[in-house]
Design a protein around this ligand. Sequence first.
Ligand SMILES: [Zn+2]
Ligand SMILES: [Zn+2]
Length: 448
Amino acid sequence: MKVSLDHIGIAVGDLEAALRFYRDALGLEVSGSEEVAIQRVRAHFLMLGDSTGADSEDARAALELLEATGPDSPIAKFVDKRGPGLHHITLSVDDIRATMARVSARGAKLIDEHPRIGAEGALVAFVHPSSTHGVLIELKQSASGGRRPAVEDQTIRRFVLGDLELVSLYDGFFRLDGGSMFGTVPRSLWSSQVTPDARHRIPLAMRPLVVRGARTMLVDAGIGDKEHEKFCDIYGVERGRNLDHALAEAGLGPEDIDLVLATHLHFDHAGGFTIRDAAGRVRPRFPRARYVVRRGEWDDATHPHERNRASYLPDNFQPLAEAGVLELVSDDQTIMPGVRVRRTGGHTDHHQIVVIDSGGQQAAFVADLMPTTAHLPPAWIMGFDLFPMETLTAKKNFIREAVDRHTLVFFEHDPRLAAGYIQLENGKPRILGTVGSHGARDGHDESL
Ligand SMILES: [Zn+2]
Ligand SMILES: [Zn+2]
């Protein structure tokens, strides 16, 4: 765990006088200012360290002069009560959630129970001065997390489907052997679609989906953060931007999720169902949620064999049963208004996709039936699939339906495209990408 100084916040009463010292007398460069309207604060940043490029921008700490913009600003109150002076110290950490768990396990009082989204998409949380010997400490995990993502930065995508809002989230990237990902398809063919790394792996995203309607449902939850370094190395896990960022970006906290729905229980789908708490116990990550799992998938996951054992990690699902939040469903059925599960089999015996209907429009979250857009050709089937002929039939049926119904298809593992439509071109299916909207609630699809 690396902790470094990001910046020091100083509350000032008279900004011009403060700049005469820090900028003019000390000679620090002012790198910019930012107004936080809701807090009635304006922040001015002065960079420390070497400005000639010897120190990278990220490595340079800063001073932040905080100026009140109204009499009811917390900074105005601070200055009134204590005079100008040190307001907070911001420490940058690799993994804010791990740091929060660690300090709270040792008795520190956190002001924020969950990380919040701060400037530039960073995750931030404050530790109470009563635990830090009098200094307000802000923890910060920058958006890039120190490690650059494999393909591109991820962002949430919003879609409106009838009465429902669909938000495609992300939980970072991982990597799997390219040969395994395309089964019997020769490398000479698949490598024209996707380039493997030096360890023969291809990048895959994890994109859980939120459905907001009668309830707020999360479909799958990514790989989570319980695994060790060796696991993360083998699978090339890169979660600098992860489900915490995505949920915060969507305006949701863990307590907002009513239902968690599993397509199946492989670790790249169910890893985020649970979390290791400060005491080292694994517990459900979404405190209010019921977790809906297909009964056959549950039975298989809890009775693994040599072929599927590595994909089913008990910590991802066993604690759900222990906590009494597990809901097993046996057949294809409606999970909440507009949202149905449909068994495809193939990848696992009880693998299911999620079909969403509202206002005469359809969307589908196809999970490992078609993990990426490169898996559109019916015979491009993963070597991991236990019943590839079932995958073949289910995929052909699905593609026909998706073309007929103009279904918005969510690709859970595609590193670039979260969702698109399947269209026929000269009788052959192809994918038309759609980017959704980034921020607005009334997102309109835009064709690429
Ligand atoms: Zn799977
Ligand atoms: Zn998968």
